[in-house]
Design a protein around this ligand. Structure first.
Ligand SMILES: NC(=O)c1ccc[n+]([C@@H]2O[C@H](COP(=O)([O-])OP(=O)(O)OC[C@H]3O[C@@H](n4cnc5c(N)ncnc54)[C@H](OP(=O)(O)O)[C@@H]3O)[C@@H](O)[C@H]2O)c1
Length: 325
């Protein structure tokens, strides 16, 4: 079978399409025929050895796939050969086949296209866990979403609206802001042209935002801290901008601010019950038509590097997906 393989931890440019042996499912695992794989910013981090999990080469990137079950490992119950599933994988999704733990597979709704299935778990799962479970966002609160045209950011806009918040979206440029507006953002801030801190204050009548969702870090984190409301919560989602914020604790004290970390994949191991509950809510919202994955580009497997480049180069909106025929 074919797979995109990382042999050295020097970044996406070194990824190669190769023939590799079919994977065998171990106990509690299933082998999946991959139909589509979601592309994530973190796929580039894992090819540099800079992600939390650091598999040794050779390995394939790819944290989320949609496909059919081809084979069941020992002891697997509740899944059958031929079932269409969405699966989370530690890596390995950039391939024609992958093995996944049966506990990290969910049945894909019959009407859900493969590209939607592959674009669903990481971004919606992360934003829902962050806003619902960690920040406990309430209807009527004001939510600021940074990187709102990107993968996780766009889902935070949609989920924030679904939870009843007023959403202020920040992004670079009119195209990304337009996508955020299509997904429900009430107010838009162009980070390249406007003073983010001043605009948030202005849009909240000087009060500041109740919750900030930050997948970017750097100066945007500083602007968030300076424009957060009394008892506001800042969600630390990622550092796509490349700078990990250093937090002056005195600011937290003075304004009664919570800074809340989120490591979504950790829930699979450390609190699977809440992850399952979150996923059920999200799939229900999808079936009701309240959430729609936004797939802005689809690439064939042999162009996986181009797909990842598009995300890393800030050229993508929403999700980029690899289609595996
Ligand atoms: N905590 C978790 O469990 C979790 C889960 C999933 C993802 N993440 C993290 O969240 C972050 C975003 O992931 P994503 O998949 O949404 O990525 P994405 O689609 O590439 O979106 C990231 C956004 O960050 C902004 N950005 C600002 N400076 C950037 C830079 N130098 N390079 C790239 N982007 C930059 C871009 O928006 P503008 O161009 O509009 O500024 C871009 O749209 C990543 O750090 C990822 O690792 C964390």
């Amino acid at each position: 079978m074919k797979a995109i393989v990382c042999h050295e931890l020097t970044g996406p440019a070194a990824l190669r399409l190769e023939d590799v042996p079919e994977p065998r499912p171990g106990s509690g695992q299933v082998r999946i025929r991959v139909r589509a794989c979601g592309v994530n910013f973190a796929d580039s981090l894992i090819t540099r050895g800079q992600y939390q999990a650091q598999p040794k080469p050779p390995f394939s990137p790819g944290f989320e796939v949609a496909g059919e079950v081809l084979e069941l490992g020992a002891g697997v119950e509740g899944l059958a050969v031929g079932d269409r599933v969405i699966a989370m994988t530690p890596h390995g999704g950039y391939a024609e086949q992958v093995v996944a733990s049966a506990s990290r597979c969910v049945a894909m709704p019959a009407a859900m296209p493969d590209a939607h299935g592959a674009a669903f778990p990481v971004v919606f799962g992360t934003s829902h866990m962050a806003l619902w479970h960690r920040a406990r966002l309430q209807a009527g609160e004001t939510l600021v979403v940074h990187g709102a045209g990107g993968g996780v950011g766009l889902t935070a806009v949609a989920i924030g609206k679904r939870l009843g918040a007023t959403v202020i979206a920040t992004a670079s440029g009119t195209e990304k802001l337009a996508v955020a507006a299509e997904h429900g953002a009430d107010h838009l801030i162009d980070v390249g042209r406007e003073d983010v801190r001043a605009r948030i204050k202005e849009l909240t009548d000087g009060r500041g935002a109740d919750v900030v969702y930050d997948p970017v870090g750097g100066e945007l984190f500083t602007a968030s801290l300076r424009s957060i409301a009394f008892e506001g919560r800042i969600l630390v989602i990622g550092f796509a901008g490349g700078t990990v914020p250093q937090i002056p604790a005195n600011h937290l004290l003075v304004k009664n601010v919570d800074v809340i970390g989120l490591n979504w994949p950790a829930y699979a191991e450390l609190n699977p019950r809440v992850m399952t509950e979150s996923f059920q809510i999200l799939l229900q919202w999808y079936l009701e038509g309240a959430l729609q994955p936004y797939v802005s580009a689809i690439y064939a497997l042999d162009r996986a590097t181009d797909a990842l480049d598009r995300v890393v180069a800030r050229k993508s909106t929403g999700k980029v997906v690899i289609s595996v025929d």
